[in-house]
Ligand binder design. Structure first.
Ligand SMILES: [Zn+2]
Length: 305
């Protein structure tokens, strides 16, 4: 029986879990809805049941459980302290509770950090120990991998790249700041720009992309603007880290041809390091699976410590 771990991905709508071998092969998986309206205990019971089912199916050799959840996490304490998607988990000692119920090691991680780790393990960052992943969605999630591990900062809140300022007096953000990257370059921001410049009131980022493909100039300008804001953030990241690889994932990725030229041009002129050190900016390849793989990898690297 191969050694394996179980990764759990708890988002605002979905609950997924998979048993994955220590070499990255998926043995079995479960996917369902996160019934958040049923309350915290019901969601925890669902998670525990999913893990137990996978463990029963797979047998001995379990290394541990890794969980990726949306929100700020106090890593040492295993507590979620801020999550728009999971308000019922606010301040709750989630890791300890699940460890007690399952009787095995549980490692809790922010979902964007878990996704970055997944790409590093078996995705676009395989073999690269220093990288950044930006996930473009309703917001922008960020994960920084340094020396093969998630860079946490002292409280576990590093990597919040979506809240880096790219416009000094830009759009207000729920975090309290103005002009955060995610307010100017996320899928939501694309829809917002479409409304502001009169392209359409309720267009999704995908619809704006289709208009850009059809040759619509306004739609193309939106992606150029998004690219410039991403480029500003990228230049900052390159200047700080001088990492060899920066990955992007998320719904707006198909529009790469429309935003990437502006993004790379912006990063190039703003960063001496970008111009003089070989730096790759690429598409991530695991998509929605990245977080699940990264979560499963958590107990595996914990063991290597
Ligand atoms: Zn913000």
């Amino acid at each position: 029986m191969p050694e394996y771990s179980i990764g759990v991905d708890l988002g605002g709508t979905n609950l997924r879990a998979a048993a994955i071998t220590t070499s990255g092969e998926v043995l079995s998986s479960i996917s369902g809805r996160a019934e958040l309206s049923a309350g915290r205990d019901a969601v925890i019971s669902d998670m525990v049941a999913a893990v137990e089912k996978l463990r029963d199916q797979t047998g001995s050799g379990l290394v541990g459980i890794g969980m990726g959840v949306a929100g700020f996490i106090l890593i040492e304490k295993g507590i979620i302290v801020g999550s728009n998607n999971l308000p019922a988990f606010e301040g709750y000692a989630l890791r300890d509770d699940i460890e007690k119920r399952l009787g095995t090691t549980v490692v809790l991680e922010n979902d964007a950090n878990a996704a970055a780790l997944g790409e590093k393990w078996i995705g676009a960052g395989k073999g690269v120990d220093d990288l950044v992943l930006l996930t473009l969605g309703t917001g922008i999630g960020g994960g920084i991998i340094a020396g093969g591990r998630v860079l946490h900062g002292h409280a576990g809140m590093a990597g919040e790249i979506g809240h880096v300022t790219v416009v000094p007096d830009g759009n207000p953000c729920g975090c309290g700041n103005r002009g955060c990257l995610e307010k100017h370059a996320s899928a939501t921001a694309i829809s917002g720009m479409a409304k502001v410049i009169g392209l359409g009131a309720d267009l999704t980022s995908e619809q704006v992309y289709k208009l850009a493909v059809a040759g619509d100039e306004k739609a193309r300008r939106i992606f150029e603007a998004m690219g410039r804001y991403l480029g500003i953030a990228l230049a900052t990241l390159v200047n700080i880290f001088n990492f060899p690889l920066y990955l992007l994932s998320g719904g707006p990725l198909p529009a790469w041809e429309f935003f990437a030229p502006a993004m790379l041009e912006e990063a190039r002129w703003r960063s001496f390091t970008f111009r003089h050190a070989e730096t790759k900016v690429e598409k991530a390849i695991l998509g929605n699976e990245a977080g699940l793989f990264g979560a499963a990898y958590l107990p595996i690297i914990e063991r290597k410590k």
